[in-house]
Design a protein around this ligand. Structure first.
Ligand code: 13P
Length: 252
């Protein structure tokens, strides 16, 4: 199985010049990747840049950072999963802690995952949004169960394979701090167990990624020792060379 690298560019690249420089550099660097390596590299720019990324980087999977839980309707400022799919976007990040911290509930996350999967997008759903003192393992277990139970009856089984989880402990995001690889492995296993319990053995290979202060220095150790299926990268993804270096390191 491939080991994935997902770059979350957040609200960065805030001018057209920065966007164009990034796209040009990533395009150049991605020429040195094999087709297998390219297929495991996902890049998620701000919505306003999606069309440019999709057009200029056709060999990579381009992702959005959110989508509305309804497919259509009067929702000012929101984006429909159907619109993303029709633009050529391949995946969407749902439930990032920077959105959960701004008031997005678990119930909304569940609905967004349903809608995006039904649209045919690959979904990377983030878990690990916790307040201090909460029991991490049990909260993550119940969040993962709620997300999976929300899709079982609504999303046809053949689309379940388009789901991935990302364990992103909120305190590790943008701080330079990471959990021990043993701890990441514990949570990765909690998530994998819930996937098998709710969706059954057929879904046992759903990817489980880790995100939070991943760099080219720590990425290999995190993936090897934690058994995560890849990484979700924020700050380090602002240099496309880092994404390309990681994907080469993981998929030799
Ligand atoms: P950093 O890699 O900047 O810690 O961000 C992680 C993240 O939020 C990816 O979604």
């Amino acid at each position: 199985m491939n080991t994935y690298v997902v770059g979350n560019l957040k609200m960065h690249l805030e001018t057209c010049r920065l966007r164009d420089e990034y796209v040009k550099r990533l395009h150049e660097l991605s020429q040195s990747l094999t087709s297998e390596q390219r297929s495991a590299l996902f890049v998620c720019p701000p919505h306003v840049h999606l069309e440019k990324f999709v057009t200029k980087l056709p060999a990579l999977t381009i992702g959005a950072q959110d989508a509305h839980h309804e497919l259509r309707g009067a929702h000012t400022g929101s984006t429909s999963s159907n619109a993303l799919k029709s633009l050529g976007v391949g995946c969407v990040i749902i439930g990032h802690s920077e959105r959960r911290g701004a008031g997005e509930s678990l119930e909304t996350v569940c609905k967004k995952v349903q809608t995006a999967l039904l649209s045919g997008l690959h979904v990377i759903v983030c878990v690990g949004f916790l307040s201090e003192g909460q029991d991490e393992e049990s909260i993550i277990k119940s969040d993962v169960a709620a997300i999976l139970e929300a899709i079982t009856d609504v999303v046809p089984a053949h689309k379940h394979e388009n789901l991935s989880f990302a364990y992103e402990p909120v305190w590790a995001i943008g701080t330079g701090k990471t959990p021990t690889t043993h701890h990441i492995q514990t949570i990765v296993l909690v998530i994998r167990k819930e996937v098998i319990r709710v969706l059954g053995d057929a879904s046992k290979s759903l990817p489980v990624l880790y995100g939070g202060s991943v760099t080219t220095e720590n990425a290999q150790q995190i993936v090897t020792e934690s058994t995560a299926d890849g990484v979700l990268v924020g700050g380090a993804s602002l240099d496309p060379a880092n994404l390309v270096q990681m994907i080469k390191m993981f998929n030799k």
